[in-house]
Design a protein around this ligand. Sequence first.
Ligand SMILES: Nc1ncnc2c1ncn2[C@@H]1O[C@H](COP(=O)(O)OP(=O)(O)OP(=O)(O)O)[C@@H](O)[C@H]1O
Length: 294
Amino acid sequence: MLELDNVVRRFGDRCVVDHVSFRVDEGRMTGFVGGNGAGKTTTMRMIMGVLALSGGEIRWNGTPVTAADRRGFGYMPEERGLYPKQTVLGQLVYLGRLRGLTARAAERSASDLIDRLSLTEKRTERLESLSLGNQQRVQIAAALIGEPHLLVLDEPFSGLDPHAVDSMAELLREHTDRGVPVLFSSHQLELVERLCDDLVIQAAGRTLARGTADSLRRRGRVRHRLVTGGPTDWVRGVKGVDVITSENGTALLELATDDVADRLLAEALRRGPVREFAEIVPSVADVFREMTAA
Ligand SMILES: Nc1ncnc2c1ncn2[C@@H]1O[C@H](COP(=O)(O)OP(=O)(O)OP(=O)(O)O)[C@@H](O)[C@H]1O
């Protein structure tokens, strides 16, 4: 388990990571989300020891993380940095060897990842000759080779086509199924909602919220949609109803209390047919927008 305990990073007198605490538990896929400049990359760099902490502590399985622990972590940095002149296979085998695999195991593991990420035909090509999306796939393989104990991935899904997103998601899920904790940052909130067990929402260096997607959705404002056979303007007169929109027989509403729903529905039925009356639970993207707009 990876634990961040009041982690701080300052650049001069600017505090860009401000007492951040969260955990990435065994076998959990944890999404790290936040607007541009929220401090995600800086936090990941501190986890990997690329940047020093200005305060706080990072622990791996209960004790302060060491350089030896970090050699067992798979990392996909923001500044992608592989060797442009090396071949795809050569590069991955080299990284596998650095992570302690035998030549044979490194070759097997590299070939497996190359196939899984649909790079089979590119295996002997130099990295610089690949498209950006394919270079990104090699970066993913580079983070995954050598059976890492933890994965720290900075925007691993950016620039991938939908097939590559699916392959990547499947590979990550296999890691969590084996108990590996996975932390990844992303701006693709629908994807994060679909894939993640836990989320950490970051804004301006601080953690605004963390928890399961469900627990975060419950923090958002629940709305109701009413669809009738006729106009819905009358809803504006119902006590406890806040009308977000009302047009063409469809109204989007926020209700002050649960009993308002009963009264509203009774009134709608009295006026004519009701085609739909449904509770709309917000998505993680809605909650994120609400939280970060404040
Ligand atoms: N080496 C540095 N020196 C000074 N300021 C820095 C340095 N690295 C990062 N920062 C600042 O720290 C803040 C957080 O940056 P960071 O890259 O961690 O954000 P992020 O959440 O990853 O953003 P994005 O989603 O845009 O990648 C930014 O304001 C950035 O300008």
